[in-house]
Design a protein around this ligand. Structure first.
Ligand SMILES: [Fe+2]
Length: 396
């Protein structure tokens, strides 16, 4: 078995073949996963509000339920993951069931850390980041076949297994003839591809273009997947933002213009000057910069790590080894954008502040006591604001 993130993985597997890979490092425990799933029962709205991708979907006897079945989510009495899946399986009886939890990084800081660290390790191994976003999800259930049939995710998928039972049937990207075949129509083609056994001692990988379908007939399987979308494009976000800033009422009358020399009408002149002001004033550039900082410091999860309450910070601080810290000075507005763990905030520009950030990025410890008692009170307060923000973002 080839080792995950090894040179052989980069050379022979990544983007080419489905494979079972060995790994010595699992970034989360069963308790971590159950704690994340519990949030979908306790506060589904809040999770969805921070991240529209984060939702739980339930399927029963091969059909997605119109609303997620609340009785299929963890209850207070489910002390362990085993308790939870045993209860649901008893509830389902002979019927088939599945629960799919998407966007675990919005529900749990441990799962956020796991996805971020994994994303960074992949980038280090392959030398770049895939173009799209990154997700961490959890699939649980006992069913004869994935309810939507053979499909393509357009995302590279790494599956960790907490409970055995699932086999993922995968085919090379050119087998588009198999797409949307449902059980048992794909049966004759099953062994023309690469079946992956999802087992606790390995990671199952398949590339973004692989048609695949899962079966977990006899046992309730539990898998945590980290997915990397192959492509991404944020153009519409910037275009929509510009559009939202250019609000003009619908006109009921249009000027009468006859033959002769023409000039741009005043409404369009005004629109043009507004657009120019947005571009010249760094308005859009700053927005792009913030989006970039959030993306780059979150390993392309594109969402801040769930916030933590901070009472006190030590005098001596250092950056958490899995965190990425970046900053961007904006002289025109005398500010510095500071970003870590997918969060970003604006602070008053000063050279001293950059002198705090630089050694932190190098992994050095910084004593903030001296700076926090600087004779310039405003500077002291600003340094403390940055430190408190970094602590709340889980970056210290
Ligand atoms: Fe899939």
């Amino acid at each position: 078995m080839i080792e995950l993130f090894s040179n052989d993985f980069t050379r022979e597997i990544w983007g080419k073949h489905a494979a079972e890979l060995s790994t010595s490092r699992i970034l989360f425990t069963e308790a971590d996963v159950l704690s994340a799933l519990r949030q979908y029962a306790l506060r589904p709205q809040q999770i969805r509000e921070v991240n529209s991708q984060s939702e739980a979907i339930t399927a029963f006897n091969g059909k997605r339920t119109s609303e997620p079945r609340v009785d299929f989510l963890p209850s207070e009495d489910d002390a362990t993951l085993e308790d939870y899946v045993t209860r649901i399986d008893r509830l389902a009886g002979d019927d088939e069931w599945a629960v799919m939890y998407y966007g675990l990084y919005a529900a749990s800081s441990t799962m956020w850390d796991a996805a971020k660290e994994f994303s960074d390790r992949l980038a280090l191994a392959i030398g770049y980041r895939p173009g799209g976003r990154v997700d961490i999800d959890c699939f649980i259930g006992r069913y004869s076949s994935t309810y939507i049939g053979v499909h393509v995710d357009h995302a590279h998928n790494f599956a960790f297994t907490l409970r055995n039972g699932k086999t993922m049937f995968t085919w090379p990207g050119n087998r588009v003839d198999l797409l949307w075949k449902r059980f048992p129509d794909y049966e004759p083609f099953k062994y023309e591809g690469t079946p992956l056994s999802n087992k606790t001692d390995r990671v199952a990988y398949f590339p973004e273009d692989c048609p695949h379908v899962a079966e977990t007939k006899d046992e309730v399987s539990v898998n945590v997947n980290i997915a990397f979308w192959e492509t991404g494009n944020d153009t519409h976000l910037n275009a929509n933002y510009v559009k939202s800033c250019l609000i003009a009422p619908n006109k009921t009358r249009h000027d009468v213009r006859s033959s002769g020399l023409a000039a741009l009408n005043p409404d369009d002149e005004f629109m043009l000057s507004s657009l120019k002001a947005m571009l010249d004033g760094n308005f859009i550039k700053k927005r792009m910069m913030i989006a970039q900082l959030i993306s780059d410091t979150s390993g392309r999860l594109n969402l801040g790590r769930p916030l933590i309450d901070v009472d006190e910070v030590d005098d001596e601080i250092a950056i958490n080894p899995i965190s990425t810290l970046q900053w961007s000075p904006w002289r025109e507005t005398s500010e510095i954008l500071v970003s870590a763990n997918g969060h970003c905030a604006s602070f008053l520009y000063s050279e001293e502040l950059q002198n705090v950030l630089r050694p932190l990025c190098n992994g050095d410890k910084v004593n903030i006591f001296v700076l926090a008692n600087h004779r310039d009170e405003r500077l002291s307060e600003e340094v403390l604001r940055v430190v408190r923000a970094l602590a709340g973002w889980g970056a210290l």
